[in-house]
Design a protein around this ligand. Structure first.
Ligand code: FHN
Length: 436
């Protein structure tokens, strides 16, 4: 079964399980949390990092399940994981120069391996690898130094822990006993989260994934969310359950789809709610390091994803899967640098904006900040572009960058924008509309 099939298969089950979560309406985010939500929406662009012992094999983060590797065999990867070239300052610097304002890194993925010095189990980077050092510590320190916020991705699903029982649709071939205490597993997970929320300074949020694995289970979500908010009230909780948000969550996420789209089949039940939005995507097809996947998206395609997300009021979390030695493949680094260069020139139309008054169109999207509206023209087949007349009067229009004035003509309930063809940009022609 492929990862995608596993997720799809369980979506219906997860929806059915919704009632089992026993949600009430008592979650009151405090002022720091509401402020963090604003910061998050202003930040717009983050770096997703999928890193773990699976990178040793270089066949993605699902390799244990896909290749039916039993725990005893899989554990042999840990002694081979020695990321001596890992440099936290370099990683954070790379994110910064890409224009990314936060990092979301796997503290634990589905293989259960903790990338930090957890005291809850020896299955962690300090106790099980020759590297013997916590990578999240220096990363958190560097993030603070370089003013980048840090989120932890934490998998609910666990293919390694004996108490993850009854098992879900995945992790059937890991060779665990056919018994276990699921509540004890959840206690273990909460204890690991407490370690992350007390030992790494300010944590911007927790990014959950994996409850789609077990239909109808009581995941004690609200209890876990409350624990997080007790430790760090501002921390933003998001859960990649592919459903509408639950009580206690602070942002809503989408995977490989813009909000409102469902090309993956994951997002059919993800009705867009009122929380801040985020969508994540890979540079090639893999989350964890996949040496054989050379199917790279272009910088232009990735920038357009960012622009399309911003126009739909959503952040973009762009993934890299570092190598087992701690370096990041050159193809990825180049793209990140190029994105940063574009944002250096056009960032005012992205950062601090919200989805604009012109809903997504075949030609592009809009963003807005105060009385300024940015029309992001991605495909402009005609010298004249009709846009809907805005609720506020447009007093001027110019190109972002060159500042060249754009002539606007009123035409019925539309405004016609006229622009010389030589000024069009291959990635995004940004027209700045000042309104009164
Ligand atoms: O199974 C995971 C996958 O490995 C990866 O972490 C992505 C990131 O959004 N989420 C899951 C599937 O929905």
């Amino acid at each position: 079964m492929t990862r995608r099939d596993a997720v799809k298969l369980t979506l219906a089950g997860a929806a059915a399980a919704r009632s089992a979560f026993a949600f009430d309406d008592t979650y009151q985010p405090d002022a720091s949390n509401l402020k963090a939500r604003e910061w998050f929406q202003d930040a717009k662009f983050g770096l997703f990092i999928h890193w773990g012992v699976y990178s040793v094999l270089g066949r993605g983060e699902w390799v244990m399940n896909q290749e039916k590797i039993p725990i005893a065999e899989y554990e042999k990867l840990a002694p081979k994981f020695n990321p001596v070239k890992f440099d936290a300052a370099e990683w954070v610097g790379m994110a910064k120069s890409a224009g990314q304002r936060y990092i979301t890194i796997t503290s634990k993925h589905h293989d259960g391996f903790a990338m930090f010095g957890s005291k809850q189990s020896k299955w962690n980077i300090v106790d099980a690898t020759p590297y013997a050092k916590d990578v999240l510590k220096p990363l958190s320190e560097e993030c603070r130094k370089q003013d980048v916020k840090l989120f932890f991705y934490h998998s609910h699903l666990d293919w390694h822990h004996a108490d993850y029982f009854p098992r879900g649709t995945t992790g059937q071939t890991s060779g665990r006993p056919d018994s276990g205490d699921f509540n004890r597993y959840l206690d273990y997970m909460d204890a690991q989260l407490s370690e992350l929320l007390t030992g790494y300074g300010e944590v911007a949020g927790i990014w959950f994934d994996g409850i789609w694995d077990k239909r109808g289970a009581d995941w004690r979500l609200r209890r876990t969310y409350d624990l997080i908010h007790r430790h760090q009230p501002h921390a933003l909780v998001g859960n990649n359950h592919h459903l509408a948000p639950f009580e206690g969550e602070d942002f809503q996420m989408f995977e490989k789809d813009l909000p409102g789209e469902n090309t993956t089949g994951f997002s059919g039940d993800s009705k867009i709610g009122r929380l801040p939005l985020e969508t994540c995507e890979t540079i090639n097809g893999a989350w964890g390091y996949n040496a054989g996947d050379k199917n790279l998206k272009s910088t232009k395609a990735l920038l357009r994803y960012l622009i399309n997300a911003a126009g739909r009021n959503a952040n973009f979390l762009l993934n890299i899967g570092p190598k087992p030695d701690g370096t990041v493949q050159e193809d990825f680094v180049t793209r990140l640098k190029e994105m940063g260069a574009w944002l250096g020139k056009n960032g005012e139309s992205i950062y601090g904006t919200r989805g604009g008054p012109i809903t997504p169109r075949p030609w592009g999207v809009s963003t807005q900040k105060g009385s300024t509206v940015y029309a992001h023209v991605l495909d402009w087949p005609d010298p004249v572009l009709p846009i809907p007349r805005l609720a506020r009067k447009v007093k001027s229009a110019k190109l972002l960058g060159s500042g060249e004035k754009i002539t606007i003509t009123n035409w019925g309930d539309q405004l016609l924008l006229d622009m010389p063809s030589k000024e069009r940009d291959a990635i995004d022609t940004v027209v700045v509309l000042e309104t009164v």
